[in-house]
Ligand binder design. Structure first.
Ligand code: R1P
Ligand code: URA
Length: 248
């Protein structure tokens, strides 16, 4: 005989990619690419941090920094992944500001390993700059308020560089001429998410910035170890947090 069962169904909370309940995220969010870096930032930088999501291993935490509620959520790698998480944070969790805390490859010799780079603009070979407004190649830029606050905080965290970066859709980009041409136009580093974050913030009415640490050098071939890439971000995180707290 078929047995009758009753099931208690919890109404689903969250989005397809984030399991947090409404209110679980603070309006201010730090966003590294790497989930383990998100955990490290939560453990070392946020007070009373609690995990709020782990869907697909993308870890998110909320605590406080200098007494102000602040969250950290990993973005994963690349513009599509960043765009999903940034959109869901702005659209469904009332997040106001996201600052990416990422690694990047330094392009000119004037930028050394471990230097911090604040992305005042993001060039990209992604379709995102051309797709959003028909017939227009959008400039992808950060919030001026966050950029100004980060530049102010950078005075205590030298060496810091401020300028355009290249958000590439290709980690293994076998086109050295691209770096020469971008270097000739003042581009400081290559990474894979800033342009997507700036595009989403523009579309969703949020504020965004990317603060990067040079983890390797496309000219010299020097590179930090994977472990150092997880942990050597203190200066970048302090600058990013100062930007998040601008005028709060
Ligand atoms: O260290 P994260 O923040 O992930 O950033 C950089 O590292 C990844 C590539 O190794 C890409 O996501 C790139 O943008
Ligand atoms: O996207 C990235 C990140 C770090 N280093 C690179 O060369 N590219």
């Amino acid at each position: 005989m078929k047995q009758e069962t009753t099931t208690t169904r919890t109404p689903p909370t969250g989005t397809p990619h984030i399991a947090a309940a409404p209110g679980d995220f603070a309006p201010l969010v730090l966003m590294p690419g790497d989930p383990r870096r998100a955990r490290h930032i939560a453990e070392t930088f946020l007070k009373d941090a609690r995990q709020v999501t782990d869907v697909r291993g993308i870890l998110g935490y909320t605590g406080t920094h200098l007494g102000v509620p602040m969250s950290v959520l990993a973005s994963g790698m690349g513009i599509p992944s960043m765009s999903i998480y940034a959109t869901e944070l702005f659209r469904h969790y009332d997040v106001r500001r996201i600052v990416r805390v990422g690694t990047a490859g330094a392009i000119p010799l004037s930028v050394s390993l471990r230097d911090v780079i604040i992305a005042s603009a993001a060039h990209t070979d992604s379709s995102v700059s051309g797709l959003l407004v028909g017939g227009v190649t959008l400039s992808l830029t950060p919030s001026y308020r966050l950029l100004r606050a980060a530049a102010d905080a950078a005075r205590w965290e030298e060496p810091v560089h401020i300028g355009p970066v290249f958000s590439s859709d290709h980690f293994y980009l076998d086109r050295p001429g691209v770096f020469d041409a971008l270097a000739g136009r003042g581009t400081l580093a290559v990474e894979m998410e800033a342009a997507g974050l700036y595009a989403v913030a523009g579309a969703e009415g949020g504020e965004a910035l990317a603060v990067l640490t040079a983890s390797d050098h496309v000219r010299t071939g020097e590179a930090l170890s994977a472990e150092e890439r997880e942990t050597c971000f203190d200066r970048a995180v302090r600058i990013a947090a100062a930007a998040l707290l601008a005028d709060v």
